[in-house]
Design a protein around this ligand. Structure first.
Ligand code: GAR
Length: 188
């Protein structure tokens, strides 16, 4: 199974995939890691791991459609079986989703369909829920919508900050992502 991973930030979920591949727990090929901007830690980690990286810089394109078409073409060039949005903070078009129909995997730091969007952890805390968590799902053309593959609950503790809660969610999220990819690789 060949995957392309898309990241916008620190890429700690990506690192768990890299570690699982290197440790032999995950039998797949990371064809490339792509980002929407230069200079992210996610790209640095990937280069350090000897992976191919690419940037389709959102700010270098006059329109979102042109950026999206360039991203689609670049990802397609790797002929991936699965494309993983791992902290990729850009909404992609219906054309991108169609190009990778049923192959675009997303992780989200909340128990979808609750708290979709860019601030899933903050929104759950602001609502006052006592349990939140993380979700791995196949992405469709909506924002954090599409068939759910796996979820894990994480309790919100007294004194939690958005950062402390997000870090605890990410521990569960990394496990969920690696386990999901392992199951997909085994079935491929
Ligand atoms: C993860 O928690 C991921 O679920 C979230 O960004 C974080 C990236 O962490 N994505 C979203 O909120 C998308 N809606 P990482 O860069 O350390 O892997």
């Amino acid at each position: 199974m060949r995957i392309v991973v898309l990241v916008s930030g620190t890429g700690s979920n990506l690192q768990s995939v890299i570690d699982a591949v290197k440790g032999g727990e995950l039998d797949l090929d990371i064809a490339a890691v792509g980002a929407d901007r230069e200079g992210t830690y996610g790209l640095e980690r990937s280069s350090e791991a000897g992976l191919e990286t690419f940037v389709v810089n959102f700010n270098s394109f006059p329109t979102r459609d042109e950026w999206d078409a360039a991203l689609t073409a670049r990802v397609e060039s790797y002929a991936p079986d699965v494309v993983v949005s791992s902290g990729f903070m850009r909404i992609v078009s219906a054309d991108f989703i169609a190009a990778f129909d049923g192959k675009y995997l997303n992780t989200h730091p909340a128990l979808l369909p609750a708290f979709p969007g860019a601030h899933g952890v903050r929104d759950a805390m602001a609502y006052g829920v006592k349990v939140t968590g993380c979700t791995v799902h196949w992405a469709d053309a909506g924002v954090d919508t599409g068939p759910i593959i796996a979820q894990e609950a994480v309790a919100i503790e007294p004194g939690d900050t958005e950062e402390s809660l997000h870090e605890r969610i990410k521990i569960a999220e990394r496990r969920l992502l690696v386990n999901t990819l392992a199951a997909l690789a085994a079935a491929s």
